[in-house]
Write a protein that binds this ligand. Sequence first.
Ligand SMILES: Cc1cc2nc3c(=O)[nH]c(=O)nc-3n(C[C@H](O)[C@H](O)[C@H](O)COP(=O)(O)OP(=O)(O)OC[C@H]3O[C@@H](n4cnc5c(N)ncnc54)[C@H](O)[C@@H]3O)c2cc1C
Ligand code: FES
Length: 512
Amino acid sequence: MHSDSGHTTSVWMAADVPELPQLAGNTRTSVCIVGAGIAGMTTAYMLARAGRAVVLIDDGPIGGGETGRTTAHITAALDDRYTEIEKLHGEDGARIAAESHTAAINRIESIASLEDIDCDYERLDGYLFLGGNDKKKLLEEELAAAHRAGLSDVELLDRAPIASFDTGPALRFPRQAQFHPLKYLNGLARAIVRDGGQLYSGTHAVTIEDGEPAKVTTSEGHVITADNVVVATNSPVNDWVILHTKQAAYRTYVIAARVPRGAIPRGLYWDTPDPYHYIRLQEVDPLLDPSHREELLIVGGEDHKTGQENDAEERFRRLEEWTRKRFPMIGNIDFRWSGQIMEPVDYMGFIGRNPGTDQHIYIATGDSGNGITHGTIAGILLTDMIMGRKNPWSKLYDPSRVTLRATPDFLKENLNVAAQFGDWATGSEISSYDEIPPGGGAVVRHGMKKIAVYRDEQGTIHQRSAVCTHLYCIVAWNSIERTWDCPCHGSRFDPYGQVVNGPAITPLPEVE
Ligand SMILES: Cc1cc2nc3c(=O)[nH]c(=O)nc-3n(C[C@H](O)[C@H](O)[C@H](O)COP(=O)(O)OP(=O)(O)OC[C@H]3O[C@@H](n4cnc5c(N)ncnc54)[C@H](O)[C@@H]3O)c2cc1C
Ligand code: FES
């Protein structure tokens, strides 16, 4: 699959995804969904099953966004932890969080089974072990909080079942799961089309307007009118300010290396520091390992705020060093990739009606490292809302909620954003364009203007304004993914200035 969210290749991208047509004219539907990741595709699937006419558009291929870059641990062991969720949302909130993520694991399993989707879905246990200077008390408190949240079968063990190093005490979360995300989306696509849904790729939404009907206009000028619109673009491209003060974009890194089959017990593993490491196994493509003797060990971590660091090589090096120390049996690193995660300041996704006055526009965002379950919850919850059914999870995930106890994190993230405007005052990153290698980029100052300069592989220079079209921060070059990343709210643009990720919806302007 060709990914349109970065230059690196994940383990999953070898999978074929269906070629979709581009939307060729105006159309009318019941629900228009923007975004073909886990959230948009699950919502489209469930609405089509419920008999609604759906039109789904994406500007890239199915799964070409973060869903093609995930590690797909499917879990109710939430990465912000029940101890913290309970502090912000109370015992009831934590219970709904546990219930909804558990329901998402079950729903993915039942969809894969009902639709006969061959997506390597596998039930396995998850283990949370200590890292850094964290103490056993942290796990004991998390155990108690998980029990209060209703996950009564979570238990504290002396160690996770990894032979190559002693993890020390670990929490076991039974019956979690993993899958191959793109194979799963392929199965959803088949079912959506069977149920009368229409899927379009190469179709970029430029405006999304509430109303009766609501309207989505594409960059080709076509208009989709719909009773309801679901914006499932990972970071909403319709909400300009409110949501983006309540979540922050982080970049995270992943490596995958061959290990002898059976050397590491199949399971999901995480450690406790912030940022944490996340680990799982995956089958090797049979064409590359016909004897079936090996598996891939996938390890992720080393997160930082989007657009605020450009040292991927060093992060991959540290990830490899961490992995080799604990899993000395790994071979060469076959894959290295990175992706983006939206971290909500109060830890829960934002799923529901768009904040403000919108009546027919729904959003799904704030995935944390649990976007596969959050995306599936979005499918369940938004389908209920659009079908006029009550859902007990709606309050916890309401995008309009104000969680006063999250104020310190809210202030911290927004002060960090304010500090990024200082980039307007800095000089050029280079003294001559000759310093930019083929495939590289740099931000330079021309008088009062900041220019994003990219040199393509043939040596041709491409220049765009470096001013993000969201709220005017200065973008930064991401050399591993070859994108311009905005340090304020995580908008990303390809080397030529086209939008890769919201909240921006229009390209970096041409340089006059
Ligand atoms: C490295 C990594 C590891 C992760 N590990 C896990 C994990 O173990 N477990 C877990 O649960 N989650 C994990 N996550 C998070 C999870 O993968 C994501 O949250 C989830 O896949 C996001 O799905 P989505 O549908 O919201 O967005 P996406 O998959 O990004 O889909 C959004 C789509 O919208 C399209 N789009 C955007 N703007 C427009 C526009 N204007 N017009 C048309 N189309 C548009 C994009 O092209 C894209 O295809 C991980 C993420 C990363 C990056
Ligand atoms: S993403 Fe908000 S200013 Fe760039």
